[in-house]
Design a protein around this ligand. Sequence first.
Ligand code: FRU
Length: 499
Amino acid sequence: MTMNNYTLLKANSFIEENKDKVVQDYRLNYHFAAPTGWINDPNGFVFYKGEYHLFYQFHPYNSEWGPMHWGHAKSKDMINWEHLPVALAPDTPADAGGCFSGSAIEKDGNLYLMYTGIMHVETENKTQQVQCIAVSKDGINFEKLKQNPIIDTSSLPINAVQEDFRDPKVFERNGIYYSVIVSKTKQETGQVLLYKSLDLINWEFKSILLEGQEEHGVMWECPDLFELNGHDVLILSPIQMPRKGHDFHNTSSSIVMVGRVDWNTGKFVKSTLQEIDHGLDFYAPQTLQDANGNRIMIAWMQMWGRTQPTHVERHGWAGAMTLPRVLEIKNEQLIQKAINEINHYQTVEKEYHDIYLENETKTVDSFSEPSLRIQLQANLENAKTFFIELPKNEDEKAVLLFQVEEGVMELSREYIGSPILGSEDSTLVKRTVSIPLIDNQLQLDIFIDKSSIEVFINGGREVMSMTIFPLKAVHEYAIGVNGKVTIKELQHSSIHVGE
Ligand code: FRU
């Protein structure tokens, strides 16, 4: 048996000794990031005993992906997070190669984590992905089950490969526990498998919930399945989903399918499919149901296969989460809005009404700390292009540009920070999305937080999320138009979490 020497004790001591050495330049204020090291997917996002818990894929020791641990934090409102000790380290035979993504659920007052273990198979000199459980009575200290793995590769359907079987999302329905787990087929497509259990420990394979086609990428990751507004909603993160129009330009995409599960056959029938976020940095979203029954989603605000400026510049950390978003399905389409809890941390700095601009670019406001929110509503009846340089300094700017006739919004980091290289065919510096306007109205809710921008467009019908790493401090934003525009309302707020 090959065992590494990773332990919780080692991880927690490393964090304690190194957390104050992390370089603050690009650290976000109101977004979640780990105390040290690298993070990717949100895991085990759950409401448990009156608090929200967020676990995450974590390599505490440096700012690159490495043997996966589960970091852990909790919060009363999903905005202000308190770091907790690392929950899982790759320290047992079933997960010695890493504790990969998974989810959490409460049963009889205990918190169960269901995750993927990377298990070495000595006899074959390879690894398998298997599913494991860890249980906690206090929501802080977790004990891995002796029975792990509780689902091994012997249960896989015949068309599945053993190396790619991961990211269980567990939920309860009518007193039965289910888990959706992704798997790669021998034909290099993704599929979602549905497993079933009465006690979270003994699991049986129920069905192939959904099989992907070539047009849905070579593998799926991080499934999530829930009911919302009378629909069944399936979220997936496909790898190498082929580009289609403005969609799926990143190496890895996140998609939502709205449809219906037939619980007798265990099959999902989709009626719509959408890319969830049209920015450059959004992946592996996971949802929970909050204390009021709302469906809340959070995602990793970063992308695989790209250079990470905070790693290149040795800042000691890499990766953050998006703002949590509240979801709704309207006309079988996903609507996303920033959760209301963010309002408690914002101070309205400026409010303007009826700003009229004609063929000009106007610096609107300056700020000292770029953790802010800009909300505006504009009438674009007589405009050709409308843009916001957000944020900027004398030499750099991120640009949000709307081309009215084409009905296309573009978000670009071409003119800000040093280039971020990616594994895509050519370096991606911007993304675009179609935005059909109703009565020529454009409504924007923009969140900027030092090294991130999230733009919610027209009531959350589309969202674009992107990281930026300006070389010099940014201190203002400007609005411009080709043609004429009336900005009916513009509100600029600062946001601050912490002392
Ligand atoms: C998605 C993913 C998961 C996997 C984890 C490993 O970003 O590749 O499929 O469990 O990250 O860190």
